[in-house]
Design a binder for this molecule. Sequence first.
Ligand SMILES: [Zn+2]
Length: 265
Amino acid sequence: MIDTHAHLDFENFEDDLREVLGRFFEGNPQGFIVNIGVDFERNLESIKLTKKDKRIFTSIGFHPEILDEMKESFSLEKAILQLEELSQEKKVIAIGEIGLDYFHNSSNKKQQKELFIAQLDFAVKQKMPVVIHCRDAYEDVYEIISQKKYGDLRMVMHCFCGDLKQTEFFLTLDNLNFSFTGNITFPKKDDAEILEVIRIIPIEKIMAETDCPFLAPTPMRGKRNEPSFVKFIIEKIAYIKEMQREEGEKILDQNAIDFFKLRLI
Ligand SMILES: [Zn+2]
């Protein structure tokens, strides 16, 4: 069982991280967790976290919301410099989460794109896969990542919530994968389209994630999410794909291992 997207460095886990990790690795000794950095401080904390267990790895990157948080004090140059420095660390295996978020702010599109593209270019240079955050910005993300220069880059759309039409567009990119979190387990009728979306994506392109502490899946909805809850997401994907849970889990795990090149070091 692999959680491909966690934020265990957030203060939500300050008091009981050891127990949280225990619940995930108990009965799942071959599991992995990919923790995800989002800004200067979190990237450093995420690397620290990887030292707690040999099965924890990290992605580092600058989430688009950092532009709002840091305003004028944000420096793209410093950001790339930090990526250059930290990507030397052995357990840094990807760049992300990076992307565009017009839900939180659509007045700084130009700056968001600049930050996104600079980090994609960096990932190409480093031959590292990327974890993409996209909210209300599907067209612009597609326009950027479909460029030829990113044709060999392994990419994953994290917490994918696109509709059927958008999915069909993104499926034309061979190097793009999709990961799903707790929202696919919410039994709301309006969300039915997401189930159809999962149906049309080949399972070889799918990964499971929690995005913890956010988006806890049913039956844990409303609680703090944690990596051990990824089993509910795996179960749901397997169900949609009309597979046994074990069979689905094996494929999803292998997808994550191949995508992030996960192995004990
Ligand atoms: Zn995230």
